[in-house]
Design a protein around this ligand. Structure first.
Ligand SMILES: [Zn+2]
Length: 130
């Protein structure tokens, strides 16, 4: 079975699908830049198909910050390494500025992915619910 087949966690994470049924959407849209503008009460509440409530307990989404932090650090290291390799003589101020700008641009995608990863840790795929 490929890791991107239905039933795998990566399938749910990268296709923005409910972790339990892999049918309904997790985020209302697939566009992270639109999702970040939604209020918490408007986004990722429950699945339209299997009706599971994504927020398992009060404060559940705080845990997604750990994932977000890890993604942010990984991105920072990637940007830093890539820039140092391509422009070894770049001024440190410009280098730091570019890394910060890169992380800020990636923020909505990070937010989008971190909640999907977090919810997939706790909710397992349970096959077709129909
Ligand atoms: Zn579902």
């Amino acid at each position: 079975m490929s890791i991107l087949n239905k039933g795998s966690k990566l399938y749910s994470i990268f296709l923005n699908l409910c972790p339990k049924c892999h049918e309904g959407k997790f985020w209302k849209t697939d566009n992270p830049f639109k999702n970040i503008l939604l209020k918490n009460s408007e986004s990722s509440i429950s699945c339209d198909k299997c009706m599971i409530k994504y927020e398992l307990e009060i404060g559940f989404w705080y845990g997604a910050m750990y994932i977000s932090y890890a993604i942010g650090v990984a991105l920072m290291l990637l940007l830093w390494g890539g820039l140092i390799l391509c422009f070894p003589l770049m001024d440190i101020t410009i280098l730091i500025s570019l890394v910060v700008v890169g992380i800020l641009i990636f923020c909505p995608i990070n937010y989008h992915l971190s909640r999907l990863i977090w919810v997939n840790i706790f909710i397992k795929y349970q096959g077709d619910v129909n």
